[in-house]
Ligand binder design. Sequence first.
Ligand code: ATP
Ligand code: MG
Length: 200
Amino acid sequence: MADKNEKHKTAMAKQKAKVDKSIAAATTERGIVLLLTGDGKGKSSSAFGMVMRSLGYGYKVGVIQFIKGEQMSGEELFIRNHHPEVYFYQMGTGFTWNTQDREADMAAAQRTWEHAEKLLADETYHLVVLDEITYMIGYKYLDAERVIKAINERPAEQSVVITGRGGGSAIRELADTVSEVHDVKHAFKAGIKARKGIDL
Ligand code: ATP
Ligand code: MG
């Protein structure tokens, strides 16, 4: 037993030295770009986790949602009821497979992008979430170059979270952190309805 404890202590000390070393090596202070992608569940909810963290420190936050179904989401209710100071803009056209109107969707995407551009030029914003923007780039409703330029030229302290499947290699390259959420299983595929507070 004593031997086991001693071994554990040595291993933990080694681990701590490693962690301390990598913490000491990270010396750059600047806002980052995060891409949360992949076919699994957890992209937008992770982005809203960072919204919550930022609000915890009293930072200014902007959320631009490029796809919006008919149903109100929990995050929308939370922000509208409890954090009206958050800049919250939704494209509001619903899913493209519902609207089936390319021209109207394109115009809506452009209008929505103008809101994003405004935030990306405003240094008072600590965090800007561009939820589901990858689809707008994928459908060519938005020009990838223009999106990348605005993100690259953003204020140094501002972080940007991009969510959605795909998005292309340029966005991957631009991002400092890229997480791919992989779909191992999803309750919906077993016939379980989307649940409030979990899926919406
Ligand atoms: P969430 O908002 O829950 O974090 P997400 O942003 O990763 O999900 P989206 O593609 O934006 O994923 O889809 C949002 C909705 O679709 C959520 O209700 C989510 O539970 C559901 N969903 C996500 N991934 C899957 C999947 N692989 N199969 C079925 N439904 C999914
Ligand atoms: Mg999402």
